[in-house]
Write a protein that binds this ligand. Structure first.
Ligand code: AMP
Length: 279
C-alpha cells in the first residue's frame, strides 16, 4: 500500500494505473476509521481495479464553533485499517497541500444544502462539495463511494455530479451499526458509557418509523411527532426529525417509498445523525 502526501504523487500513480487500463475508485474520509469506512472501501474494491482512500479532516466544512481541532485523529491506526482491507493507496494531505490561503472559488449548492443539517451548519455542505470536487480532480476516479449514514451529503454530491457533469460514478454504501444499533461514527468516541445508552434512542425512533411505514400509517407529521417523543424520552436533545424525498430532499407530507427519515440530535455535547430510507 502506498501513501501519498502531495497531489502530484497521487496524480502520478493514478496516471500510471490508467495507462495500464485499470479503473480507479475513491473513498473520501476524515479518518479515525471504523467498520463503516471499511465497508465503503470493500465496496470500492468490487467496483474498481485500484482503490485510493483519502484521510483529510477538512477544515472548510467545520463551523467556527464546531469540533475541527478536537476531531479524533490516528494516522497509524488508519493506515493499518486501510492495509487490512487491501487499499492500494492512501492520500493524506496537509491542509496547506489542499488549500491555498487566497483561494476564492468554491462550490455552492442553492437548495439542498439549506435544509436538515444545513439549517444549523450553513457553511458545511459548501465545504464538503468543494473538497469532494477537488478530490475528484486530484484523483480522477471512475467511481467514488460514500455512506448512506450521511444521506444529505450523498444526495448533494449526486446532485453536484449531475449538475456539473462530473465524470464520476457515485455509489452509496449502507449504514454500518454497532451491535447495539448505534450507527458507527468517528464522533462516537466523544460519548460516555451513559451517553451511549441515550444515543440508542436514535435507532429506536427509526425502528418505530419503519414499523409505522410497514403498518401502512403514512402521516409524516404524526410520525415526526412520535419520533421526537421517543428521542426526548430516551434522553436525546432533538435538533430535527425530517421526512423528505431521499433524492431531492423536498418535504414529504405522506410517507412513500424513497422517503428519507432523518434525525439529528445531541446527546450530551455530541451531535449525532442517523436515518433510514423507506423501501
Ligand atoms: P467521515 O470520515 O465521517 O467523513 O465519513 C467518510 C465516509 O464514510 C462518508 O461517506 C460517510 O458517509 C461514511 N460513513 C461514516 N459512518 C458510516 C457508517 N456507520 N456506515 C457507513 N458509512 C459511513
Amino acid at each position: 500500500m502506498q501513501t501519498f502526501r502531495t497531489k502530484q504523487e497521487v496524480r502520478n500513480q493514478v496516471r500510471a494505473w490508467r495507462r495500464e487500463g485499470l479503473t480507479v475508485g475513491l473513498v473520501p474520509t476524515m479518518g479515525y476509521l471504523h467498520d463503516g469506512h471499511l465497508s465503503l472501501m470493500r465496496i470500492a474494491k468490487r467496483e474498481a481495479d485500484r482503490v485510493v482512500a483519502s484521510v483529510f479532516v477538512n477544515p472548510t466544512q467545520f463551523g467556527p464553533n464546531e469540533d475541527f481541532a478536537a476531531y479524533p485523529r490516528d494516522e497509524a491506526r488508519d493506515l493499518a485499517q486501510c492495509e487490512s482491507v487491501g487499499i492500494d493507496g492512501v492520500f493524506l494531505p496537509e491542509v496547506s497541500e489542499m488549500y491555498l490561503t487566497d483561494a476564492t472559488v468554491h462550490v455552492v449548492e442553492d437548495r439542498m444544502s439549506k435544509v436538515l443539517c444545513g439549517v444549523t451548519r450553513p457553511i458545511h455542505f459548501g465545504g464538503v462539495l468543494t473538497v469532494v470536487l477537488k478530490l475528484f480532480h486530484i484523483v480522477m476516479p471512475d467511481v467514488a463511494v460514500f455512506g448512506q449514514k450521511d444521506a444529505q451529503q450523498l444526495a448533494i454530491i449526486r446532485r453536484m455530479v449531475r449538475d456539473l457533469d462530473v465524470p464520476v460514478r457515485i455509489v452509496g454504501g449502507p449504514i454500518v451499526r454497532e451491535s447495539s444499533g448505534l450507527a458507527m461514527s468517528s464522533r462516537n468516541t466523544y460519548l460516555s458509557a451513559e451517553e451511549r445508552v441515550r444515543a440508542l434512542s436514535l435507532r429506536r425512533s427509526l425502528d418505530f418509523a419503519e414499523a409505522e411505514w410497514t403498518a401502512g400509517r403514512l402521516d409524516a407529521e404524526a410520525l415526526r411527532t412520535a419520533m421526537r417523543r421517543i428521542l426526548a424520552e430516551g434522553g436525546a436533545n432533538v435538533e430535527y426529525v425530517e421526512t423528505v424525498d431521499a433524492d431531492s430532499l423536498e418535504p414529504v407530507a405522506e410517507l412513500r417509498p424513497n422517503t428519507l427519515v432523518a434525525i439529528a440530535a445531541r446527546v450530551g455535547r455530541t451531535r449525532l445523525i442517523d436515518n433510514t430510507v423507506l423501501a
